[in-house]
Design a protein around this ligand. Structure first.
Ligand SMILES: [Zn+2]
Length: 43
């Protein structure tokens, strides 16, 4: 559980890898699964 949370925070807050996008990766939980997406380019 702790490790899972750590992994979530490891990605959350990272700059979006899409070139030219200044969005920040967000982590959400859907159907008990963590999903990461960029609110700017929706990826
Ligand atoms: Zn993006």
């Amino acid at each position: 559980m702790f490790q899972h949370r750590f992994r979530v925070y490891d990605r959350e807050g990272v700059r979006c890898p899409t070139r030219g996008c200044k969005g920040t990766i967000k982590a959400i939980v859907q159907n008990a699964r963590s999903t990461y997406y960029c609110p700017v380019c929706q990826r």
